[in-house]
Design a protein around this ligand. Structure first.
Ligand SMILES: [Zn+2]
Length: 109
């Protein structure tokens, strides 16, 4: 399964310029917590707490880095599943033009 979400292909250009909207669409499609990071930068917003956090370079599954005292309260619902920060985050990088292509081997269920 390969998803390509780009301006104009799945939505009007105006909505897909919004990175958070793009992130939510990918998250709903793959049904896992996703953090989108712009290529060449180190930080991305955490899908659980919303804070801008630094992840190791590259795409792939990473530990969530939410504050320890918040861990029990943070959960998000995607589809019919509830995820907690202990599950981790799948980091996906997007280029300047916001054209996101998700590699097949990236998705961790
Ligand atoms: Zn967090």
């Amino acid at each position: 399964m390969r998803a390509e979400i780009a301006d104009g292909s799945v939505a009007k250009k105006s909505t897909m310029t919004d990175v958070e909207e793009m992130r939510r669409r990918l998250q709903d499609y793959y049904r896992i917590p996703i953090a989108l990071r712009k290529q060449g930068t180190t930080k991305a917003p955490c899908p659980f707490c919303g804070k801008l956090v630094e992840y190791p370079l590259g795409d792939g599954h990473q530990d969530a880095q939410c504050d320890k005292d918040e861990l029990d309260e943070l959960e998000i619902e995607i589809g019919e599943r509830v995820f907690i920060p202990g599950y981790g985050v799948t980091v996906i990088e997007y280029p300047e033009d916001k054209r996101v292509v998700v590699p097949d081997n990236l998705i961790f269920h």
